[in-house]
Design a protein around this ligand. Structure first.
Ligand code: UT7
Length: 331
């Protein structure tokens, strides 16, 4: 596809709430052990929101840090896209709440719902807008507060999730820039939507005393089935995005995968034949923050000066929907 312009990552920022819940804290809540959680998931602690904190609070902090660290000024942001499935409200969008908090005027804002692949979907959309010439600077946020829709009696899910936010400004690259998003792939398989979903609270089953009593407003997940799809789908989209740009894994400096389970990450690295030394992992500190895992990991890796300007990076994720996708870029 011929495009008029190229998009590039201008900067990243992230934020995690102060409160931390570790595996030993979880041992006091459900029938689990630090050993089980570490060996099955690679997680040790996760940040969780207080009763007063909501998605837009985390998103605002991450987005502020992101914009402050870029050369883009607040009044140059032309669109906000927020990837989330745990926004402040069903409506208005969390992107619109951010719009208000930043005091933006006359720019559009909307949310993207694609589960843990939400940030990849939002980036794909933002990239396409920039390549079309419609916008020059887009704020893309991934934020999730899944601990507010977690069943704290279900050990299969409650040990997995943490809260957090990450943001990037996607800008039009000028012709001399080495940085640019090379390509992206997004995909879905709606036939498997029922293995990871929130049963009640929508129009299919509106919230009622009965749905709350039955915990149907919390995350339902068949972890094993998700696990089987995860490696296959991330591998497929990564392979596609590399092949159609005549690139191979040897060309990639860093893989930044969704942080859902260390065993999934290692399985993907093994299948891709990428050494783990090239894979960014921070799951032990944050757990699964859904659409926030990739921008959180990117921001940390940049601040640690692991990822540098000019490096080839591959971002890949999968999640509820089912959804998945990969982004190939020169940072
Ligand atoms: O971000 C996208 C969405 N989510 C995911 O990507 C999650 C993908 N799935 C996974 O990461 C893994 O499937 C889990 C971490 C969720 C589960 O790991 P698993 O190795 O697939 O375990 P399992 O579900 O097969 O359960 C094995 C055993 C079961 O006991 P029995 O039936 O063998 O006696 C579970 O009841 O582990 C038990 N178990 C636990 N034990 C201690 C499940 N959760 C726990 C727990 N502590 N927290």
């Amino acid at each position: 596809m011929s495009t008029r312009y190229a998009a590039k990552f201008a900067s990243f920022g992230s934020f995690a709430p102060a409160k931390i819940l570790n595996n030993f804290d979880l041992e006091k809540i459900v029938d689990t052990t630090d050993e089980w959680i570490r060996s099955r998931t690679g997680m040790f602690e996760r940040h969780i929101t207080t009763a007063e904190e909501a998605a837009s609070d985390l998103a605002y902090q991450a987005a502020s840090r992101c914009i402050e660290s870029s050369a883009v000024r607040y009044n140059e942001i032309e669109l906000i896209i927020c990837a989330t499935i745990s926004g402040d409200h069903a409506f208005p969008s969390t992107a619109c709440i951010l719009h208000k908090r930043f005091g933006f005027k006359n720019i559009p804002a909307f949310d993207v719902s694609a589960g843990c692949a939400g940030f990849i979907y939002a980036l794909d959309i933002a990239k396409t807008f920039i390549e079309s010439g419609a916008y020059s600077n887009i704020l893309v946020v991934g934020v999730e507060v899944l601990t507010k829709i977690t069943n704290w009696n279900d050990r299969n899910t409650c040990v997995l999730f943490g809260d957090g936010a990450g943001a990037t400004v996607l800008s039009r690259a000028n012709p001399r820039d080495i940085s640019r998003i090379i390509d992206s792939v997004i995909c879905a398989d709606g036939s498997q939507g029922d293995i990871l979903f929130q049963a009640a609270g929508g129009s299919r089953k509106p919230a009622s005393h009965a749905t709350v009593d039955a915990n149907e407003h919390t995350v339902y997940m068949e972890g094993n089935k998700i696990y089987k799809n995860a490696i296959r789908s991330m591998y497929a989209s990564s392979d596609e995005v590399l092949k159609r740009n005549n690139m191979s894994v040897e060309d990639v400096d860093w893989v930044i995968p969704h942080q859902a389970n260390l065993r999934i990450i290692e399985g993907l690295a093994d299948k891709m034949k990428v050494p783990m030394s090239k894979v960014i992992v921070n799951i032990e500190k944050y757990g699964n923050t859904s659409s926030a895992t990739i921008p959180l990991a990117m921001d940390e890796a940049l601040r640690m000066r692991k990822i540098r300007r000019g490096d080839i990076i591959l971002l890949t994720s999968f999640g509820a929907g089912l959804t998945w996708g990969s982004i190939l870029a020169r940072y």
